[in-house]
Design a binder for this molecule. Structure first.
Ligand SMILES: Nc1nc2c(c(=O)[nH]1)N[C@H]1C(S)=C(S)[C@@H](COP(=O)(O)O)O[C@H]1N2
Ligand SMILES: [Mo]
Length: 169
């Protein structure tokens, strides 16, 4: 499954990225502000739940550590939400520590709308349904809240090495 709906198109002058939930002050970046954050060149293998993998994909991306720098939170979970309504949940542990990014270039080119442009979450260590396309925000949560596919029977965490595909795997 590649996209659960049509490709949303949000104008960049209306785009923002938000961190909210269990945080004193929500954080918000306009597209311009987001683009001025420090970036990393990330080269990683990605793994789809339908068994294909793609090796050495390269991305220009902002680390989620950068977005959460200095945040004090008692949250242990995150829900990523997107234009179009898609959501996916992750333990906070899985988005910090240099493991997860918000990517806006793929192989040196602006990320195509079909693949999540202007920006998508990149969570290469988990199955690709966690890499939310058209991401607009992260909500920090005390209690876990399953997202779109997780509610429909996909595994709550989705570790490819544990072959965590479906609930119960
Ligand atoms: N917003 C959003 N993100 C999403 C999805 C989606 O339906 N909506 N599908 C997920 C799934 S199931 C997969 S396999 C990958 C597909 O990414 P690609 O289209 O770049 O190959 O995006 C993930 N991120
Ligand atoms: Mo998928």
């Amino acid at each position: 499954m590649l996209s659960a709906g049509p490709t949303p198109r949000t104008r960049l002058d209306r785009w923002d990225s938000v961190v909210e939930g269990e945080i004193d002050q929500p954080r918000r970046w306009t597209w311009e502000e987001f683009r001025s954050l420090p970036v990393e060149a990330v080269t990683k293998d990605i793994h789809c739940v339908t068994k294909w993998s793609k090796f050495d994909t390269s991305w220009t991306a902002v680390s989620v550590d950068t977005l959460l720098a200095g945040v004090e939170t008692s949250a242990e979970y995150v829900v990523a939400y997107c234009d179009g309504g898609y959501t996916t949940n992750l333990p906070l542990e899985d988005v910090i520590g240099g493991k997860t990014w918000v990517a806006y270039e793929y192989e040196g080119e602006p990320l195509e709308p079909a693949h999540g442009g202007p920006a998508r979450l990149l969570v290469p260590h988990l199955y690709l349904w966690k890499s939310a396309k058209w991401v607009r925000g992260l909500e920090l949560l005390i209690a876990d809240r399953p997202g779109f596919w997780e509610t429909l029977g996909y595994h709550n965490r989705g570790d490819p090495w544990g072959e965590e595909r479906y609930a119960g795997d």
